[in-house]
Write a protein that binds this ligand. Structure first.
Ligand code: 2M8
Length: 433
């Protein structure tokens, strides 16, 4: 284990760039929102200063309206497409004057990351003082979500792009893309010069990704216009679970800091409504899991993904619901021949065990499931998720994603995407502690 721990630290230090970290060299040469949160948890175990800087640098790129972008382009790089010239987020009047960024966001992990940092800290007063200096920015980010991304006041915020979900090319989006007919854009992919194309989205999928951004750009990234016109408008159980978990963390942290009663009251109101809607609108009684909801076409998207289980991380599900989730997880994802937890239902015809978010195992989702299952008392299953995660990393290294099929790990390459990937290192380090 010591070696794995040292290896994880080596990966994190190698991807550190003076104030922030890249998810991995070449493939992702900037700072990503939810990556930076997971990375901070890893650093908190051996270098709290870097953990604090990581989060502070991200928050420094916050827009005047509270929005936090999904990529902050700190430095120039020609190894990634699409870069700042394509995104043009400066079209939005509230965008950061200091940093170039995208005009879309990613799951709101920062709130619960601050609480994790506090729990890990060996100098709690110092860490709480740091948290006090940044927490209002995170609160402002949540306010942005509830005020701009929840048109029907349901307590469920929408995402307008698959890149906002973090689970970029999941088969859940296929039917939405089928409603669109984007032009064939002229562009040069960079990702497929670093990673085998069979492990990445297709060019046609990229046409859809760029098309949605072009629609947002035509309207200067106005939230109202995006809500009205984006062909992609989804309430995502993973995204909303992260928001709920972070609301709860902010409440706990504000209580420790003292004062801030108005913010605590507001966070509690948001959370109560969000939990209720998660358990009504996003819970599928037949499938016994949480599902995505297509807000543009007004219908649930009835597929099972690792995101379907993520509400266990945020204390959303009732004990009965967790029992159902666990049964589905074991039946469909947890056979003896598989590592937990595939990102998409292995029994579904759209499952692809090698292709990015269409099937492979991801360490960040495993970390959330491990934590959530442990909290609900499913210690045996939680331990299995942890053991599986350690085993795949031990066998292949700190890859971005992994094949769920055990036989592949015994016979050939089973780690995919980028190597020396930051959040795989950071969260494995946390699991080993
Ligand atoms: C992947 O997404 C980026 C776009 O955001 C890409 O493929 O270019 C996703 O796995 C996302 O969740 C992650 O944050 C990002 C950086 O690791 O890579």
């Amino acid at each position: 284990m010591k070696n794995l721990e040292n290896e994880a630290k080596r990966v994190l230090l190698g991807n550190w760039k003076d104030g922030f970290s890249v998810p991995c060299a070449n493939l992702y040469p900037f700072q990503w929102k939810w990556d930076s949160g997971f990375i901070a948890i890893g650093f908190a175990h051996f270098d709290m200063d870097k953990a604090e800087k990581e989060v502070a640098t991200l928050l420094d790129a916050q827009w005047d309206n509270g929005f936090i972008p999904h990529i902050v382009f700190h430095t120039k790089s020609d190894t990634y497409f699409p870069g700042p010239e394509f995104h043009q987020s400066e079209l939005h009047p509230d965008s950061s004057k200091k940093y170039k960024s995208t005009g879309m966001t990613q799951p709101p992990v920062t709130g619960f990351v601050l609480e994790e940092m506090y729990n890990i800290s060996k100098d709690k007063p110092a860490t709480l003082a740091y948290i006090n200096s940044v927490i209002d920015k995170v609160y402002h980010n949540h306010q942005y979500f509830y005020e701009n991304r929840d048109p029907h006041q349901e307590g469920l915020v929408y995402i307008y792009h698959n890149w906002e979900s973090g689970t970029d090319n999941s088969p859940i989006w296929d039917d939405i893309f089928a409603t669109m007919n984007p032009p064939h854009y002229e562009f040069t992919r960079r990702d497929t010069t670093h990673v085998d194309a069979s492990e990445r989205p297709t060019n046609r999928e990229y046409d859809h990704y760029l098309h949605i951004i072009n629609i947002a750009k035509e309207h200067n990234y106005s939230d109202e216009k995006i809500a009205e016109l984006s062909p992609f408008l989804v309430q995502d159980p993973l995204f909303n679970s992260m928001l709920i978990k972070s609301n709860e963390a902010l409440i706990n942290l504000y209580k420790m800091i003292g004062g801030n009663d108005d913010k605590i009251k507001q966070l509690t109101e948001w959370n109560t409504k969000s939990v209720h809607s998660m358990n009504t609108k996003l819970y599928d009684e037949n499938l016994k899991v949480y599902v995505h909801y297509d807000l543009r076409n007004n219908k649930p998207i009835p597929f099972i993904t690792s995101s379907s289980f993520s509400p266990v991380f945020a204390n959303i599900a009732t004990p009965e619901q967790v029992e159902g989730l666990v049964t589905v997880m074991l039946d469909k994802f947890g056979g003896e021949d598989k590592y937990l937890c595939a990102s998409f239902d292995p029994t579904n015809e759209r499952y692809n065990p090698k292709k990015y978010w269409r099937g492979p195992v991801w360490v960040n989702l495993n970390w959330m499931l491990y934590r959530g299952l442990r909290k609900y008392g499913y210690s045996e299953l939680a331990e299995r998720v942890k053991k599986d995660t350690i085993e795949i990393v031990e066998k292949s290294g700190f890859y971005e994603y992994f094949d769920a099929r055990k036989e592949i790990h015994n016979t050939g390459k089973a780690g995919y995407g980028g190597g020396d990937f930051s959040w795989s290192a950071a969260l494995l380090l946390d699991m080993l502690k």
